[in-house]
Write a protein that binds this ligand. Structure first.
Ligand SMILES: [Zn+2]
Length: 90
C-alpha cells in the first residue's frame, strides 16, 4: 500500500514573502502546497505493517512549487526557494 493512500489530498495556496536574489525586491508570492490529511479510517486491504504505519501517520503539507518567479517586470527572474523546507507537519 502506498503511503499516500492513508491521506486525503487537497491543494492550498499560501502567500509568503520573499526577496528576489537578483533585483532585491521583496514581494508576496502565491505558493502551492498539498495538504495531506489522514483518512479517518484505514483503507481496505492493508497489511499489519500498513496498519502500524497508518496509526503513526500525521497530517502534513508538501510544497508543490520548486521555483519562484519575480513579479518585477524589469527582472522576471526565476529563483529557488530561499528555504529548503518542503514538508511541514501540522
Ligand atoms: Zn527580481
Amino acid at each position: 500500500m502506498d503511503e499516500r493512500d492513508y491521506y486525503l489530498e487537497k491543494q492550498e495556496i499560501k502567500s509568503a514573502t520573499f526577496t528576489c536574489p537578483k533585483c532585491r525586491q521583496t514581494s508576496d508570492f502565491q505558493v502551492r502546497w498539498l495538504r495531506r490529511t489522514r483518512k479517518r479510517e484505514m483503507p481496505r486491504g492493508g497489511s499489519e505493517l500498513d496498519r502500524a504505519k497508518f496509526a503513526k501517520a500525521r497530517d502534513y503539507m508538501v510544497r508543490v512549487d520548486d521555483m519562484l518567479f519575480c513579479p518585477n517586470p524589469r527582472c522576471r527572474s526565476r529563483f529557488e526557494f530561499p528555504n529548503s523546507q518542503t514538508v511541514v507537519f501540522i
